[in-house]
Write a new protein. Structure first.
Length: 292
C-alpha cells in the first residue's frame, strides 16, 4: 500500500469539527463575511484552512458577523475537516498561513452537533472611547476620540440599564438586515471610566445589524447633553429609527467573546483577550452644558 493516502481515501475519512478562538485587527478587512469585493476575515481563514485540508470544500462559520473595520478579541469559529491534523495543531498551522492581523488563539475538537453561531448563548462587545482633549496616536486605531466635552457617564449608564431584558431594538438596526424581527435579550451592560478612557460593554443573546455602533452614537449624544434621557427612551421604545442618525465609528468596537453553556476554550485563550489601555494622567475637556 502506498505510504501516501490517495485522494479517495482522504475524501472518505471521517469528518471532524474544529472550534477556533480567533482574533483579528479589523481595519484592513471588509468585515467577517466574504464579499464580492474586498478582503474578508472569513475569506482569509478559509483559504488558509484549504491549504491544510484541500480535499473538501471549507466553510468557516462564526459566532458573530462583524462589520468592516470592527475588531475581534474572542471570535468563535467552527469548520469541518477530514485531514489528519490533530485539533490542537490547527492553531500554529493556521497562524503560519494567515496574515499577521488574524491570529488563532486556540483550536479544539468539537462534536458535529456543536455550532459556533447557533450554540452560542451570548455575544459580548466592548466599545472604547477616548475622552481626552489631545489626540493620541496609540489610541486612535482602537477608540473613538471625543474631545469637545467630558462625557457624562452617569446618564449614559442610566440609559444603558434601561435596555436590559427582552426588547425590540429596531431603532438600533441598520437597513439591509435579513433578520425576521428585531427582538433581542440584553443580558448585561457596563460603563467604566478610567481617567480619559470610557469603556462600554454590552452582552446580549444576539445583536442586530449595526446595533452597537448606533446605540453608542446615542449614548455619546446623551453624555454630551445633546440628547436627554426621555428622548432616548422614546426613540427606542417607539422604534423611531429615522431619528437615530449618528453611528459610532468602527475602530472603537471589538467583539470581546461569544459564550456557550459549557466551557469550550481555556480562559486565557478566549475570555477577555483585548488589553485595556491605561493612561497615567488625564486631560479632560470641559464639562458638558446643562440640559435645557
Amino acid at each position: 500500500m502506498s505510504p501516501n493516502p490517495t485522494k479517495e481515501v482522504l475524501a472518505a475519512a471521517p469528518i471532524r469539527r474544529i472550534g477556533l478562538s480567533l482574533q483579528y485587527e479589523g481595519s484592513g478587512f471588509c468585515g467577517w463575511q466574504r464579499q464580492p469585493h474586498g478582503v474578508s476575515v472569513q475569506g482569509e481563514l478559509e483559504e488558509a484552512i484549504s491549504q491544510l485540508d484541500p480535499l473538501r470544500p471549507i466553510q468557516a462559520v462564526a459566532a458573530g458577523r462583524t462589520d468592516a473595520g470592527v475588531h475581534a478579541a474572542g471570535q468563535v469559529v467552527h469548520f469541518d475537516c477530514s485531514g489528519p491534523i490533530p485539533a490542537e495543531r490547527w492553531a500554529p498551522a493556521l497562524n503560519g498561513r494567515l496574515p499577521k492581523t488574524i491570529r488563532v488563539r486556540e483550536a479544539v475538537a468539537r462534536p458535529s452537533t456543536w455550532h459556533a453561531c447557533h450554540s452560542a448563548t451570548y455575544r459580548r462587545y466592548r466599545y472604547t472611547i477616548y475622552n481626552g482633549r489631545r489626540p493620541n496616536l496609540f489610541l486612535a486605531p482602537w477608540s473613538w476620540h471625543r474631545y469637545n466635552v467630558r462625557l457624562d457617564e452617569t446618564v449614559m449608564k442610566l440609559a444603558l440599564k434601561g435596555l436590559l431584558g427582552l426588547n425590540d431594538l429596531s431603532a438600533f438596526q441598520r437597513t439591509g438586515s435579513r433578520r425576521a424581527h428585531a427582538r433581542t435579550t440584553v443580558q448585561a451592560v457596563q460603563i467604566e471610566r478610567q481617567g480619559d478612557l470610557l469603556v462600554i460593554e454590552i452582552q446580549a443573546s444576539g445583536f442586530l445589524y449595526g446595533m452597537v455602533r448606533l446605540l453608542t452614537g446615542q449614548l455619546v449624544a446623551l453624555g454630551e447633553h445633546r440628547l436627554n434621557l426621555e428622548t432616548f427612551e422614546r426613540r427606542w421604545k417607539e422604534k423611531r429609527r429615522q431619528e437615530v442618525k449618528e453611528a459610532a465609528p468602527a475602530q472603537g468596537l471589538c467583539l470581546l467573546r461569544a459564550g456557550y453553556k459549557e466551557a469550550i476554550f481555556s480562559k486565557s485563550g478566549w475570555y477577555d483577550c483585548q488589553p485595556r489601555y491605561y493612561l497615567e494622567t488625564s486631560d479632560p475637556p470641559s464639562d458638558p452644558p446643562l440640559n435645557s
